[in-house]
Design a protein around this ligand. Structure first.
Ligand code: PLP
Length: 464
């Protein structure tokens, strides 16, 4: 058997990867030609590839490494827990100290009425749990017809069949027969792309009221819940206008439907509070958590459930659970991650210090000739690339062409930034120093300049 370690030459690693590893969200045939970038280690806000190049990771992995890479305390917590009790289940009237401690800690941190946790292995699983929770809740209350869940186009809620159905990603729905029945989607509060001549405030109200219209269309007795990310992450860091969430909440309350806040990205400090629901003053019945819960060091997710919903669900056997629900090692690592976030005041640091510092620099990118809007909340942000700033115009090239070019310039300049269409997005580790923010902005500006030069030389600086 061949041992895989960091000392194989890059080409050999790439060849083995191409031969045997199927990457998620990837055209694997194309990648096999070009070879994957192999990451071998990481520390703080930087990852290192197999050629020894240090790259600033402005995505915190996949929006998850909130406390940064290389924290030995988490490795120690995992090691100690593995030796003590590496695995036990929580199905058959058993429990264990790490899952108890983590549940209690999450109940302290979450908004007051959310005191109950159902654990999963990921955000996708947790959202699958949520589909069953809200439908079973209404069934137990004698309203089994309340089944439909309303979500939004361009939402991201995961990649399993249930969670991807909740999501509003067309490219995902196109493969494998989604969405599953009784899930519908309304338009998103994306002012830059879809707001036209309206003010953001008017537009926010209009898009929230689409929920009311959808409930009317379906009939209130058929609707179980609305689900939304406080800020859409994978959709391109779409920060709703201020008017949006208050109106959504009014409608959920008046129409007697549950509200699920998908906090998988927004949770654990990303927006400058423990949860995005605090930043946007949302009072959800259920919150989905994952990613920053363990800073990605181990897979774990869950549903934080209100006392009302938990009491109703508790009246019956809930025929649902995962082998790894409340996995002791993942719980121990998550608990240590929460301790670090708390004791090192990382969330205060985002709210009062590095957050505002990054926000000011990020917003100043709007002065670049290629940038139509720079938006940011806490430490998640986006810039919209455009050939015509005043008109918020799209490029004449197929959507994503320019975004991909810019991302490639960013990679070449050793900063990891993603593109969604022709928007560039960041979600860096929360522990970045001011100097690292400066480096990030410097590399982004260089990449924007190079992209602009390329667009000019290739004649692509044209509005649609
Ligand atoms: C990533 C993500 C998920 C899915 O989480 P996984 O752990 O990848 O299954 C769900 N919701 C949101 C908002 C996410 O960003």
């Amino acid at each position: 058997m061949k041992r895989i370690d960091n000392h194989l030459p890059t080409e050999e690693l790439q060849a083995l990867d191409a031969a045997h590893h199927m990457h998620p969200f990837t055209a694997n045939g194309e990648l096999a030609q070009q070879g994957a970038r192999i990451i071998t280690q990481a520390n703080g806000a930087f990852i290192t590839d197999s050629e020894g190049v240090e790259i600033l990771d402005a995505m915190a992995g996949l929006w998850c490494v909130n406390i940064g890479y290389g924290r030995k305390e988490l490795a120690d917590a995992a090691s100690a827990q593995m030796l003590q009790l590496p695995y036990y289940n929580t199905f058959f009237q058993t429990s264990h100290p790490p899952v108890i401690a983590l549940s209690a800690r999450l109940a302290e941190l979450a908004p007051a009425h959310l005191n109950n946790v159902f654990f999963a292995g990921s955000g996708s699983e947790a959202n699958d749990t949520n589909i069953r929770l809200v439908r079973h809740y209404w069934a137990l209350k004698g309203k089994p017809s309340k089944k439909t869940i309303i979500s939004r186009h361009n939402a991201y809620h995961g990649s399993s069949i249930g969670s991807a159905s909740l999501g509003g990603m067309q490219a995902m729905h196109a493969q494998g027969g989604m969405p599953i029945p009784d899930i519908t989607h309304i338009d998103q509060p994306y002012w830059y792309g879809e707001g036209g001549d309206m003010s953001p405030a008017e537009f926010g109200l209009q898009r929230a009221r689409a929920l009311e219209a959808e409930i009317d269309r379906l009939g209130e007795d058929n609707v179980a819940a609305f689900i939304g990310e406080p800020v859409q992450g994978a959709g391109a860091v779409i920060i709703p206008p201020e008017t949006y969430w208050p109106e959504i909440q009014r409608i959920c309350k008046e129409r007697n439907i549950l509200l699920i806040a998908d906090e998988v990205i927004c949770g654990f400090g990303r927006t400058g509070n423990w949860f995005g629901s605090e930043t946007f003053d949302i009072k959800p019945d259920i919150m989905t958590i994952a990613k920053g819960l363990s800073s990605g060091y181990l897979p774990i997710g869950g549903s934080m459930v209100s006392d009302d919903v938990a009491a109703v669900i508790g009246g019956d056997e809930f025929n649902h659970g995962y082998t790894y629900s409340g996995h002791p090692v993942a719980c121990a690592v998550a608990l240590e991650n929460l301790r670090i976030l708390d004791e090192e005041k990382i969330i205060d640091y985002v709210r009062d210090d590095v957050g505002p510092y990054l926000q000011a620099k990020w917003r100043s990118l709007a002065d670049h000739p290629l940038v139509g809007e720079a938006r940011i909340v806490g430490m998640m942000g986006a810039i919209e690339l455009t050939p015509d700033k005043a008109g918020r115009a799209a490029f004449s090239s197929p959507k994503g062409t320019v975004g991909l070019m810019c991302r490639e310039r960013c990679f070449a300049n050793n900063v990891i930034i993603r593109h969604v269409g022709d928007a560039m997005i960041i979600s860096p580790p929360l522990i970045m120093t001011h100097a690292e923010v400066d480096l990030l902005i410097e590399r982004v500006v260089k990449s924007l300049d190079e992209t602009l030069a390329l667009l000019k030389s290739e004649g692509l600086l044209k509005a649609a």
